[in-house]
Design a protein around this ligand. Structure first.
Ligand code: FE2
Ligand code: FE2
Length: 277
């Protein structure tokens, strides 16, 4: 199976004129034979605009995958459903959990999915929720919930499901997409709260494959400590991945480090980035 992957939403833009950036992520997966899939929807400010600028017809998209329930990956879903055709939506059952982050000022603000299930269903979304590793189309798999097994991927520490800082949110709904290609697996990450190495090991244990050709998307390395960044890069080098194209929550510092340590493999995957395999 061959695919074209195009980044539609990201924090930054590439050279395509009049495309826009936002804090968020969305990637369009177009199989050379089959129905396109949208992975994440950004926060809703740029998805439809950028798709038009890139001549991408989102009415052809049959299904949407939500990597997790944060607003910057799910906010574009309602505008998409309202403007385009009905879609099947794949996600983890925890995608609708209330989510909050505390600012340095102590202010609690919501970061969860900004629309209710009822609203989204009324607009034409039909949800298919599961925690399991599963195939969703020919050559396309969803990781489901990713076990946290490494000792250095410690997760986020300031995310809660309430505003009294009691109910810690481990973002268990975080999952990634896996494409089977002739060159090996392509892994597409949303925010990768589960940790990049945890995600790769989970995919390897369930698919029986460690031949990852490319990793694309948000690695969350911009939000982790120095030790996690060091160990993740050192582990990554052992995987033999040929393309590491990072977006969104990777950030400038971790991207610069990846470029320095893995110059042949590293690329910036911002709005307009395309990978064809
Ligand atoms: Fe994110
Ligand atoms: Fe997130």
């Amino acid at each position: 199976m061959n695919f074209r992957i195009t980044i539609l939403c990201d924090n930054s833009v590439g050279p395509i004129s009049k495309t826009l950036g936002e804090h968020g992520f969305s990637a369009l997966i177009e199989p050379f034979q089959g129905v396109p899939i949208l992975f994440d929807t950004g926060q809703g400010l740029t998805l439809l605009h950028n798709a038009r600028r890139m001549n991408k017809d989102l009415s052809a998209v049959g299904s949407v995958v939500l990597s997790h329930g944060h607003y910057d990956h799910t906010g574009g879903l309602l505008p998409l459903l309202i403007e385009q055709t009905p879609k099947r939506i794949y996600a983890h059952p925890a995608v609708f959990l209330p989510r909050f982050r505390f600012k340095d000022t102590g202010e609690c603000y919501p970061i969860g999915i900004p629309h209710s299930r009822d609203q989204l269903e009324a607009a034409g979304g039909s949800f298919d929720l599961s925690k399991m590793y599963r195939q969703i189309a020919s050559g396309i798999f969803l990781t489901g919930e990713v076990p946290r097994v490494t000792d250095f991927e410690t997760g986020d520490h300031e995310l809660y499901c309430d505003c009294i800082a009691q109910d810690v949110d481990c973002t268990l709904d975080d999952q990634s997409l896996v494409l089977e290609t002739e060159r090996g697996l392509i892994v597409i990450l949303g925010c990768c709260h589960a940790g990049l190495i945890n995600t790769l090991e989970h995919i390897a244990s369930l698919s029986g494959r460690r031949d990852v050709y490319a990793v694309i998307g948000g690695t969350h390395l911009g939000f982790c400590g120095q030790q996690q960044l060091d160990k993740t890069i050192s582990d990554l080098k052992g995987w033999g991945i040929q393309k590491i194209a990072t977006s969104h929550c990777t950030g400038f510092f971790a991207s610069a480090r990846l470029l320095r340590e893995m110059p042949k493999e590293f690329q910036v995957a911002n709005v307009g980035f395309v990978l064809e395999v």
